[in-house]
Design a protein around this ligand. Structure first.
Ligand code: UD1
Length: 419
């Protein structure tokens, strides 16, 4: 089983272009189904979650070809509306196909989605919203069946009790195929929602309000294919910044908007890093050692992202002083803690709270990625640790990071993949 071997303690330096955002490209690729013809998506990262999405599109009858970081999706011959279990199991976010298939074909059949083990991750909000739009949904032999109800689909107001990112996206996609006005109240405000809105608009859809809690979609128009460039990945950027904060040194990231990372940058500055930003670049200079910071509470955007909780925790675990983390989005999102403890971290968990007492410096150990961001956190910890760390479970990391080892090597880290 392959693993990364990392010799810690080498400061990072240099510049890195951040790849396209995983959480944008997945709904955007599903949205390609809405428009017959060939859409061209640039800045599409080469990740295993993206490969699964392309496999799903092919299985449904689309052509899906990659040329470097561009993918071409031709959805003219869309012929199927069912996604088998082995593909659904790979990735929870494949539930996004429900809205897209319903909008284009009026029917969809999915097995229950898989993905990271982050505690119970229900999809009740997705399902009740689609029902409000006129879909009939029932369960049959472990599969979720969904079709246009007798009255057909039509735009409605939908109030979300939680600003769910996936539910907001699913509604936006489904609503494109629902005649009339759909309004999502209490929508997620994440930048990836704005990216999806921008892509849908380029297909000819009438969508507005993304980035605010109310999104309006005037559905029913026929859509045409488009060419689009996906935004930079703010969580990959947060990971490299935390890596540089842990190891020290100076790095510059390009292709990412600093506004998307305000909450993360505020924490890193408080911890003693110096940060300079430009329109689509972020430069970070690490101090000699990281200081403790005010409590880090994860929250929907623009709050501190749950996806960056583990990587920041890993950096601060090798710093000085105590920092409280509170995870408010997902249960079971401290699965990296036991692995960080193997590296000498002092972290006490009580329910949603984790108290991290910096130990000055972590040490190398053999550790295992528990999930995608937990795996990235172990790499961050290893970059600043004394001695050698072996991080296994790379399949988790490959879901969300393109060439993590190669990129870190280019920044001066001593990291190699052992097959
Ligand atoms: C997306 C991101 C993920 C990120 C998360 C929160 C993608 C592919 N993934 O996941 O990386 O960590 O947003 O920023 O974009 N919930 C329900 N019922 C539902 C849906 C969600 O109770 O029907 C709850 C979840 O259990 C969770 C909270 O709502 O507690 C937020 O989840 P949600 O925003 O939906 O996350 P995802 O879209 O799955």
């Amino acid at each position: 089983m392959s693993y990364y071997e990392i010799q810690g303690g080498r400061p990072l330096s240099g510049s890195l272009a951040i790849h396209g955002a995983k959480n944008s490209v997945l709904p955007i690729l599903a949205a390609c189904l809405l428009a017959p013809g060939q859409s061209v998506i640039h800045n599409c990262p080469d990740l295993s979650d993206v490969s699964v999405t392309l496999d799903i599109l092919r299985l449904l009858g689309c052509r899906a070809d990659r040329e470097g970081d561009t993918v071409l999706i031709d959805a003219s011959a869309l012929g199927r509306s069912d996604i088998p279990e082995h593909l659904m199991r790979e990735m929870r976010s494949s539930v996004i196909f429900l809205g897209a298939l319903l909008a284009r074909l009026g029917t969809a059949e999915l097995s229950y989605p898989g993905g990271c083990e982050l505690g119970p991750r229900p999809i009740d909000l997705h399902l009740s919203a689609l029902r409000t739009l006129g879909a009939e949904i029932w369960e049959e032999q472990g599969a979720l069946c969904c079709c246009r109800g007798q009255g057909g689909l039509s735009g409605r107001e939908i109030c979300l009790s939680i600003p769910s990112v996936g539910a907001t996206e699913n509604i936006m996609l489904a609503a494109c195929g629902c005649p009339g006005l759909t309004t999502v109240v209490g929508a997620a405000r994440e930048p990836e929602i704005i990216d999806l809105q921008n892509f849908l608009r380029s297909l000819g859809a009438e969508v507005k309000g993304a980035g605010t809690p109310v999104i309006a979609i005037q559905g029913g128009a026929s859509l045409h294919p488009a060419e689009y460039r996906v935004m930079g990945d703010r969580i990959a950027a947060a990971t490299y910044l935390c890596g540089a904060a842990a190891a020290g040194g100076e790095v510059e990231l390009t292709g990412v908007l600093p506004d998307h990372l305000t909450a993360v940058l505020t924490c890193l500055e408080e911890a003693g890093c110096t940060i300079h930003t430009g329109p689509d670049r972020i430069a970070l200079a690490g101090g000699p050692s990281l200081r403790s910071i005010s409590p880090v509470r994860t929250a929907p955007y623009p709050g501190f992202p749950t996806d960056a909780q583990a990587v920041l925790m890993a950096a601060l675990a090798g710093g000085e002083g105590a920092t409280l983390f509170v995870e408010n989005i997902f249960d079971s999102r401290y699965r990296h803690v036991d692995e960080l403890r193997r590296m000498g971290a002092d972290i006490q968990v009580a329910g949603r709270a984790a108290m991290v007492s910096g130990v000055g410096r972590l040490h190398g150990a053999a550790v295992r990625s528990p999930d995608l961001r937990g795996g990235a956190a172990l790499v961050v910890a290893a970059l600043g640790a004394e001695g050698t760390t072996q991080v296994s479970g790379l399949r988790h990391i490959r879901r969300g990071y393109q060439a993590l080892d190669k990129n870190l090597r280019a920044l001066g880290a001593d990291i190699r993949e052992v097959p």
